[in-house]
Design a protein around this ligand. Structure first.
Ligand code: PXP
Length: 247
C-alpha cells in the first residue's frame, strides 16, 4: 500500500449527489448527504464532490454548508459557469471547483465543457475562483483542442470525461484517447483528473494511467451502497483503484 498523499497516490473523490436524489424523491430529510460524506471520508475517500445544478434537482444550497462542515475532507463543487454559481463558490470557498456544462433536460452531464467557446468569460471565471483561493478544474473531453485551451484559460486541472470509455470500455480509441489526453495535460502543466460512469469493473484501466491523480465517482458507489452499505462500497472502489495502480 502506498502512503496516502504520496506522489503516486490516486485520489478518490466521491460524488454524493445521488444520496440527495433519493432524499428529493420523497422531499424528505433522509438520506442526508452530509452524513454520507462523513461515512465516505471515514472509509478512505480523499474528498467529497457535489454538483449544485441550476434546477436543484438533487443537491440543495443548504447541503453545501452542511457538506463543508461534515468532514475535513476537501470539497469539490461541480457547477456551471454562471454568475449565480460563481457568487455561491466565492461565499463558500470550497477546496476546488470543477466547471461542467449543464443542460436542463439532460439526465446527467453528457459531455465535456466546450472551453473554446467564450474564452474571455472562462478566463474571467477561473480568475475569480482563483482570487477566492479555490483550485480550479475543467471537465472536458480528452480532445487535444480542449486540453490546450484549458491550459491557456488558466485552469489548475482538467477532469477528463470517461463517459464514452465507460459505455464502450473495449473501444480502443476511448482508452487510448484518455491516456494520450492525460499525457498532454501533464505536459501542459495541468493536474489531470477523470470521471463519469466509472465502476469497480471498468475503473482499472483508467486508474492505471499514471498521469491521472484524481477520480470523481458517484453513481456506481451510491448504487452499490444499496446492497453492501456505503462504507463497503467506498472500500471496494478504493481496492479496485489500488489494484490497478499497483499500490
Ligand atoms: N465528474 C463530473 C464532472 C460529473 O458531472 C459527474 C456526474 O455528476 C461525475 C464525475 C461522476 O459521474 P458518475 O456519477 O457517473 O460516477
Amino acid at each position: 500500500m502506498a502512503a496516502t498523499g504520496g506522489p503516486t497516490h490516486l485520489r478518490l473523490y466521491i460524488n454524493i449527489d445521488h444520496v440527495a436524489t433519493l432524499r428529493q424523491a420523497r422531499q424528505a430529510d433522509e438520506p442526508d448527504p452530509a452524513a454520507a460524506a462523513a461515512v465516505c471520508a471515514a472509509a478512505g475517500a480523499d474528498g467529497i464532490t457535489a454538483h449544485l445544478r441550476e434546477d436543484r434537482r438533487h443537491i440543495q444550497d443548504a447541503d453545501l454548508d452542511a457538506l463543508m462542515r461534515a468532514t475535513r475532507a476537501p470539497f469539490n463543487l461541480e457547477m456551471a459557469l454562471t454568475d449565480e454559481m460563481l457568487a455561491i463558490a466565492e461565499r463558500l470557498r470550497p477546496h476546488q471547483v470543477t466547471l461542467v456544462p449543464e443542460r436542463r433536460l439532460e439526465v446527467t452531464t453528457e459531455g465535456g465543457l466546450d472551453v473554446t467557446r467564450e474564452p474571455a468569460r472562462l478566463r474571467d471565471g477561473l480568475a475569480r475562483l482563483a482570487a477566492a483561493g479555490i483550485r480550479t478544474s475543467l471537465f472536458i473531453d480528452a480532445d487535444p483542442r480542449m486540453i490546450d485551451a484549458s491550459a491557456s484559460a488558466g485552469a489548475v486541472a482538467i477532469e477528463l470525461h470517461t463517459g464514452r470509455y465507460a459505455h464502450a470500455p473495449g473501444g480502443p480509441a476511448t482508452l487510448a484517447a484518455l491516456a494520450e489526453g492525460a499525457r498532454r495535460g501533464r505536459a501542459a502543466a495541468l493536474a489531470v483528473h477523470a470521471g463519469h460512469g466509472l465502476t469497480v469493473r471498468n475503473v482499472g484501466p483508467v486508474a492505471a494511467i499514471a498521469e491521472i491523480e484524481e477520480l470523481n465517482i458517484g453513481h456506481h458507489i451510491v448504487s452499490r451502497a444499496v446492497f453492501v452499505g456505503l462504507d463497503s462500497a467506498v472500500r471496494e472502489m478504493r481496492g479496485a483503484m489500488d489494484l490497478a495502480r499497483g499500490d
